[in-house]
Write a protein that binds this ligand. Structure first.
Ligand SMILES: NC(=O)c1ccc[n+]([C@@H]2O[C@H](COP(=O)([O-])OP(=O)(O)OC[C@H]3O[C@@H](n4cnc5c(N)ncnc54)[C@H](O)[C@@H]3O)[C@@H](O)[C@H]2O)c1
Ligand SMILES: O=P(O)(O)OC[C@H](O)CO
Length: 330
C-alpha cells in the first residue's frame, strides 16, 4: 500500500517516518525543494526536524502528481490556514473518493471552518473519505520511537478500524473514535489553552494556576465542542485531555512557547517573526473567539487570551479578570 503524506514540516516528516519504518511505501510532499533534497540524500529534514535520522525508504518530492500517483491514503499535514489553497492545488491529482486523513490542528480563520469542513468545501463532489488523526504527539518524540498514542476520528467504524491497522506500529498506537468532530476540535482547541498555560508560566504563576487552566480549559473546550456537534466524552480522551496536558506542560510545544514569551513581556509580532514553525493556536484563538460569540458559548479563557494576543492587553490584567469574575458552581 502506498501512503502520500502532504506537508513536510516536523509532523508530516515524523508521520511519514513511522509509516516508512513500518514498511509501507511512503512518499512525502514538501513545498521546499531544499527539504526534499535533504530527505532523499541525507535522510534528514534539517529545516523542520533537525538531528533526526529518517528511514531510508522514505522518499520526498515537490511534484504533486508524483506523490499522489497510486496512493491509497493521503495524510494531510499542511498547516490549517494554508489547507484550503493546498487542497485546491492537489485536487486534480486525487482519485475519486480519496481517503483524506487530516493530522493538522486548527480552524480556518477567514471562514471559521474546521478541517473536515474545509475538505468537504473543496472536495465534496469527489466524495472524500475523511478521518482525523490527533492526540498527544510531539514530532521529535515520535521520530525517536518513544511510545505515543493518538486517536483516529472516523465516522465509519469499519473504515476507522481498517486505517487503525494500517497506521499503528509498536511505538505508535492508534485508537479509534467515530466522533471525528470531537477529535478535530480537541486538537484545535488545546492549542489555545497551551498558549494560555504558557502565559501563566511566563508570569511565574506556578503549578496551581497551570492546573486550574488545564481543568477549566477542558471544561471550556467541551462546552464549545458540544455546541459544535461533538460528544463531550471525546474531550476526556487522547485528542482532548491527553493533548491538552501535553501541550500545557511540555516545553516542546510551540504554542506553549508563544505563551511563555508573551508572559515574559514580549510582543506577539516579534515572537512570531522569530519562528519558522507554526503555532496554530494564535489564529485559532481568533477563530474560536468569533465562533463562540456567534454561538453564545461562554469561553472566558479564550476571550482573555484573544485580548492579550490581539488587543495588547496586559496578561496580568487578563488573569485578574478571570479570577474576579462572578463566583459560580463548578
Ligand atoms: N510538530 C508537531 O509535533 C505536531 C504534532 C501534531 C500535530 N501537528 C500539527 O501539524 C500541522 C503542521 O505542523 P508542523 O509541526 O508539521 O509544521 P512546522 O511548523 O514544522 O513547519 C511549517 C510547515 O508549514 C509549511 N508552510 C509554510 N508556509 C506555507 C504556505 N504558504 N503554504 C503551505 N504550507 C506552508 C512549511 O512548508 C512546513 O511544512 C499543524 O497543524 C500542527 O498543529 C504538529
Ligand atoms: O508544538 P505544538 O504546540 O504545535 O504542539 C504539537 C502537537 O500538537 C502536540 O500533540
Amino acid at each position: 500500500m502506498k501512503i502520500a503524506v502532504i506537508g513536510a514540516g516536523a509532523w508530516g516528516t515524523a508521520l511519514a517516518n513511522v509509516f516508512s519504518q513500518k514498511g509501507l511505501e511512503t512518499c512525502i510532499w514538501a513545498r521546499e525543494s531544499g527539504v526534499t533534497a535533504k530527505i532523499n540524500k541525507d535522510h534528514e529534514n534539517s529545516w523542520y526536524l533537525p538531528g533526526i535520522r529518517l528511514d531510508e525508504g522514505l522518499h520526498a518530492s515537490v511534484d504533486m502528481a508524483r506523490v499522489c500517483d497510486g496512493a491509497e491514503a493521503f495524510v494531510w499535514v499542511v498547516p490549517t490556514q494554508f489547507t484550503r489553497h493546498a487542497l485546491e492545488q492537489f485536487r486534480p491529482h486525487f482519485p475519486h473518493k480519496p481517503t483524506i486523513i487530516c493530522a493538522n490542528k486548527g480552524i480556518e480563520l477567514k471562514t471559521l471552518r474546521t478541517m473536515s469542513e474545509v475538505v468537504d468545501d473543496v472536495l465534496s463532489d469527489m466524495k472524500p473519505r475523511f478521518a482525523m488523526l490527533s492526540g498527544p504527539s510531539f514530532a521529535s518524540e515520535v521520530c525517536r520511537n518513544i511510545p505515543t498514542t493518538v486517536t483516529l476520528g472516523c465516522s465509519s467504524e469499519r473504515r476507522g478500524k481498517k486505517l487503525q491497522e494500517i497506521l499503528s506500529s509498536e511505538s505508535f498506537r492508534v485508537y479509534t473514535n467515530t466522533d471525528y468532530r470531537g477529535v478535530e476540535l480537541g486538537g484545535a482547541l488545546k492549542n489555545i489553552m497551551a498558549i494560555a498555560a504558557g502565559v501563566s508560566d511566563g508570569l511565574n504563576f506556578g503549578s496551581n494556576a497551570r492546573a486550574a487552566l488545564i481543568t477549566r480549559g477542558l471544561e471550556e473546550m467541551s462546552r464549545f465542542g458540544e455546541k459544535m456537534g461533538a460528544r463531550k466524552a471525546t474531550f476526556r480522551g487522547l485528542s482532548g485531555l491527553g493533548d491538552l496536558v501535553l501541550t500545557c506542560t511540555g516545553d516542546a510545544s510551540r504554542n506553549r512557547q508563544v505563551g511563555l514569551k508573551l508572559g515574559q513581556g514580549r510582543k506577539l509580532v516579534d515572537i512570531l517573526d522569530e519562528m519558522r514553525s507554526v503555532a496554530e493556536g494564535v489564529k485559532t484563538t481568533e477563530a474560536v473567539y468569533t465562533l463562540a460569540k456567534q454561538k453564545g458559548v461562554s469561553m472566558p479563557i479564550t476571550e482573555q487570551l484573544y485580548q492579550v494576543l490581539y488587543e495588547d492587553k496586559d496578561p496580568r490584567e487578563a488573569v485578574t479578570e478571570l479570577m474576579t469574575r462572578e463566583l459560580r458552581d463548578e
